[in-house]
Design a protein around this ligand. Structure first.
Ligand code: 13P
Ligand code: SF4
Length: 365
């Protein structure tokens, strides 16, 4: 989405000034405001968050403060949309920089998913029941698509539960937009990544598959990925093990299957955080996820050796767009009585998207 340039006074602000003005604006707004921060946010933002967490935790935190007039979401667009869907009608959800999107979420749109669904129905016929599951990293209208068709949303921390539930509902699961989370989850549930799964390429007829392969497959995985997590490799894990005997490797499940298999553990950002917190002093960890979280964990746990699996810095560039000067700007606008950058999901989309999100919260609680 387009974000207008910040007024010069904000664009030219020093980090210290932004920090002090954020603290002051938060004080004025008091309990009218809740600030949520995803684990990938930079420290200069996280220090102002009332709640920090992974997508699942923040989705729940968003509905915990019905008294707050303003929920400022320091994360990316799909997260703010989920917060709007789950919060009250009288609450305003604000994304400090509208250009903070998610490139993976952009890899599936409603037109493409509708076309896929119609083609699958044509190949499989009315006797085959497909349950759609969308990763929370998706636009609200895709959550609504899923909600309307009896499916659910999942996050990286509850994908196994959500997909198991979806498999119980029918014959096949259409999982989008992250093929890796879908594949890793299916494999963890005992399915074969080759014979039980096909990949759906939205730019090819029948997603690039034969009708026979679609009929055989249990999982239809959308051809989407995260550009940050795609960078982690088995070679990096082998190198870390060579250089640090006794190391433990933990990666996010958006990483490719061979990386998840080569790692010792995998889990959502919240799982990674708790695993490191519980690790004994003196232990050594290579982490396969976004650099802001890895660097923060390394700083918060000086008694452990913690580093990022990818020696090149590995940031999520869109998360980084929530710069302190943007946070300062939206908070001061709120103090002045304006509501900037509000994320509003249209009512019809909201209705069905809420159905899918509520289903996730019920199935996965
Ligand atoms: P988490 O739900 O694990 O925080 O993941 C969200 C995300 O976008 C990871 O790339
Ligand atoms: Fe999207 Fe990947 Fe960034 Fe997560 S890390 S918000 S999946 S681009």
């Amino acid at each position: 989405m387009y974000q207008a340039p910040l007024p010069t006074v904000y664009a030219d602000m020093t980090p210290e000034e932004a920090d002090a003005r954020i603290v002051a604006a938060k004080k004025v707004l008091g309990s009218r405001l809740v600030v949520l921060g995803h684990h990938y946010q930079q420290n200069a933002i996280i220090r102002h968050a009332d709640y920090r967490g992974d997508s699942y935790k923040l989705a729940k935190d968003a509905s915990r403060h019905p008294e707050a007039e303003f929920i400022v979401f320091c994360g990316v667009h799909f997260m703010a949309e989920s917060a709007d869907i789950l919060s009250g009608d009288d609450q305003h959800v604000i994304l400090p920089n509208l250009a903070a999107g998610c490139s993976m979420a952009d890899m599936a749109n409603l037109f493409q998913v509708r076309t896929c669904w119609q083609e699958l129905e044509k190949v499989l016929g009315p006797q085959t029941k497909i349950t759609p599951v969308t990763y929370i990293n998706s636009a609200a209208n895709l959550k609504a698509f899923v909600g309307e068709r009896g499916g659910t949303v999942c996050t990286s921390s509850n994908a196994s539960k959500a997909v198991s539930w979806a498999l119980e509902q029918g014959d096949k699961v259409l999982f989008f937009p992250d093929q890796h989370l879908g594949r890793n989850t299916g494999v963890a549930l005992g399915y074969d990544p080759d014979s039980d799964m096909v990949v759906w390429d939205p730019f090819k007829p029948l997603g690039g598959n034969s009708p026979e392969r679609i009929r055989e497959a249990k999982f239809i995985l959308w051809k989407g990925h995260c550009s940050v997590h795609k960078r982690f490799t088995v070679e990096q894990i082998e190198q870390a093990r060579r250089e640090h005997p006794g190391i433990t490797v933990i990666v996010h499940p958006e990483c490719p299957l061979d990386v998840v298999r080569a790692a010792d553990l995998s889990g959502s950002t919240e799982t990674i955080l708790h695993t490191i917190e519980a690790a004994p002093a003196g232990s050594t960890w290579a982490i396969g996820t976004e650099i802001n979280l890895v660097s923060r964990l390394a700083k918060e746990h000086p008694d452990k050796t913690i580093f990022c699996l990818d020696p090149q810095i590995c940031p999520c560039s869109t998360m980084y767009r929530i710069h302190p000067s943007f946070l300062c700007w939206v908070l001061e606008e709120l103090v002045a009585g304006q509501v900037p950058n509000e994320i509003v999901v249209p009512p019809k989309v909201k209705h069905f998207a809420k159905l899918a999100l509520d289903r996730m919260l019920t199935v996965c609680s």
